[in-house]
Design a protein around this ligand. Structure first.
Ligand code: HMG
Ligand code: MG
Length: 301
């Protein structure tokens, strides 16, 4: 299959990138990061999560972050919501797009959201119904599609089950997530082909953590299947508090370099993107995980 001509990038740094940080990151820093990312040309920025602050303390400032963003026309700021309480918070904060997040394994679903896969889906159905009735857009993420930290191998049929349920409840896009980065290109292809038998591939997205250094390869395998939307995180920040040892998402800078090389237009300015990464890495006091950012900086020095 020919590669997609255009690709949508969803920047998840302010949410997935920071949710796992043990030291609090002030709302002002998150807001400044979001401003720098949108100035770099990113059109979709996952801003925060309306989850329980007891479960993920780093996202407790969700309303403050949403209130502080200088919203730029043409930019979407989706937020994670696990239940109706989260949706209420998201609506009060002026969110226009919400993301429900299920899992393809029972144990991960329990650890991440304290409920079974099907209990989670029932909650998401109520969330999606209420959100769509209010004119919000709803996406659906599926965790552990390429491997689970508690159950190991995940059968593609488990992914298909969740994807079909998310589709039926009105998610406009469904994201195949490799939460712990154990996936490889062959596995990625198999899962996407299995899901694409039921849901048009144009409505699928990829979210690849880079723990085993396979994320770019997995993304390329997904591109070859026709997937044209990818989540990534500036400087490769991130991880999930309920997936021990998993590192961040594929770095946005590395994704941009790949797409530029393929002649796929994104409208993102590499220098400004790297500067946004420098800003957050400077705050966190650690070097970027983006090989591309390091190489470009080294060349300029
Ligand atoms: P629970 O403890 O079973 O919730 O947690 P509950 O309904 O029994 O309520 C308990 C208390 O939490 C109550 O307060 C609720 O009001 C409150 P209390 O009466 O004790 O004072 N509560 C909330 N507060 C704020 N916002 C809410 C909310 N809901 C309940 N939305 C729950 C169940 C789902 C809430 C919890 O497990 C949770 O928040 N989980 C989220 C975990 C999370 O955020 N994980 C990281 C994001 S997912 C991820 O990173 C993967 C992804 O990147 C894709 C990939 O890589 O795979 C997306
Ligand atoms: Mg993730």
């Amino acid at each position: 299959m020919a590669l997609p001509k255009t690709v949508r990038i969803l920047e998840v740094g302010p949410r997935d990138g920071l949710q796992n940080e043990s030291t609090p990151v002030p709302a002002a820093v998150k807001i400044e990061l979001i401003h720098r990312l949108q100035d770099a040309g990113l059109k979709m920025i996952e801003a925060t999560a309306f989850v329980s602050p007891k479960w993920v303390p780093q996202m407790a400032d969700n309303a403050e972050v949403m209130a502080g963003i200088r919203r730029k026309p043409g930019v979407n700021y989706p937020v994670l919501v696990p239940n109706m309480k989260g949706l209420e918070g998201a609506i009060a904060a002026g969110a226009e797009e919400v993301v429900v997040f299920g899992a393809a394994s029972e144990k991960f679903s329990q650890r991440n959201t304290n409920c079974s896969i099907d209990e989670g889906l029932a909650r998401f159905e109520a969330v999606a119904q209420a959100a769509i009735a209010r004119g919000l857009r709803v996406r659906g993420d599926i965790s552990v599609c390429l491997g689970c930290p508690y159950e190991g191998e995940v059968d593609p049929t488990a992914v298909v089950h969740v994807a079909q349920a998310l589709d039926a409840m009105g998610c406009y896009e469904i994201t195949i997530c490799d939460t712990i980065g154990t996936g490889t290109a062959g596995k990625t292809r198999r899962v996407i082909e299995a899901v694409a038998k039921h849901i048009p591939v144009e409505r699928l997205a990829g979210h690849f953590h880079d723990t085993y250094s396979q994320a770019l390869t997995n993304m390329y395998a997904a591109l070859e299947c026709g997937v044209a939307t990818f989540d990534c995180s500036v400087s490769g920040l991130g991880g999930c508090p309920y997936a021990k040892g998993a590192t961040g998402n594929v770095a946005t800078e590395d994704v941009l370099y790949l797409l530029d090389g393929l002649g796929i237009e994104t409208g993102i300015d590499m220098n400004k993107l790297i500067a946004a990464g420098d800003y957050i890495c400077g705050f966190l006091g650690r070097p970027t995980l983006s090989r591309v950012a390091r190489a470009i900086r080294a060349k300029a020095a």
